[in-house]
Design a protein around this ligand. Structure first.
Ligand code: SAM
Length: 233
């Protein structure tokens, strides 16, 4: 029975083959799908031959649309929340919707799948027993302070970065954490997937030589971690 439930459905981060059977089933079974951008979600739905009404919840309209969507689910419709890519609510909209649904007594069901941070961690070869997920660093106010704090962080750090600021971020990391081992994953699961390993300065040197556009996850090793430590993992 799907009625009156909110499914939080993870979708691929680039490679459509990475969707799960349960995700497709959930998207086919619900009454409507809540997404960030109808153009992006329509491509996914079209690929899997799914046709459903879409409701949009994003950073611009979240407050207004929440109540409407939750009213529909309370009236026994079922809905799936997706984001443009990966797992909803992880550096993506949806947290307020999930929170509001829980407050209203709606059952929230997760359909797990891809997340760029976890995928990058899994191929990083760096310690994963404890990590600090920081997502996107603040763009202006508070950025330097955050970098100073992260320089003291004892755990592996996970950051998201866009194509526009990746070089700036690497420059900052070479200043604040010059000795740390860093893994940069670009366009994971996609055609131009690539991984760099080294200090921020080493990676930056390679970046400056060629075209490095795309979406990035940056994993930073703990200060105490040396390459030789991998034997003890
Ligand atoms: N909810 C998503 C998830 O579960 O990973 C994250 C959404 S966030 C708005 C988008 C950021 O995630 C990108 O700027 C990039 O840092 C990271 N990202 C998403 N897809 C990626 C990919 N295929 N390769 C590398 N990074 C990716």
């Amino acid at each position: 029975m799907t009625h009156g439930k909110l499914f939080v459905v993870a979708t691929p981060i680039g490679n459509l083959g990475d969707i799960t059977f349960r995700a497709v089933e959930a998207l086919k079974s619900v009454d409507f799908i809540i997404c960030e951008d109808t153009r992006v979600t329509s491509i996914l739905l079209h690929h899997f031959d799914i046709s459903k009404p879409l409701a949009v919840i994003n950073a611009h309209n979240e407050s207004k649309s929440l109540e409407r969507v939750v009213e529909r689910i309370s009236a026994n419709e079922s809905a799936a929340l997706v984001s443009d890519a990966g797992t909803p609510c992880i550096s993506d909209p949806g947290v307020r919707l999930v929170n509001f649904a829980i407050e209203k007594g709606i059952e929230v069901v997760g359909i797990p799948g891809v997340n760029a941070a976890i995928m990058a961690l899994s191929i990083s070869g760096l310690p994963t027993d404890a990590f600090a997920f920081e997502g996107f660093l603040p763009q202006k106010k508070g950025r330097q302070k955050k970098l100073q704090q992260l320089a003291e962080e004892e755990r592996t750090i996970v950051l998201y970065e866009s194509t526009y600021r990746i070089e700036k971020l690497l420059e900052e990391l070479s200043e604040y954490m010059p000795q740390r081992q860093i893994v940069v994953g670009r366009e994971l699961t996609k055609k131009f997937e690539e991984t760099w390993r080294g200090t921020a300065e080493e990676i930056l040197t390679d970046f400056e030589k060629r075209n490095t556009k795309g979406e990035f996850v940056v994993i930073i090793a703990p200060p105490s971690w040396k390459k030789a430590d991998s034997e003890s993992l």
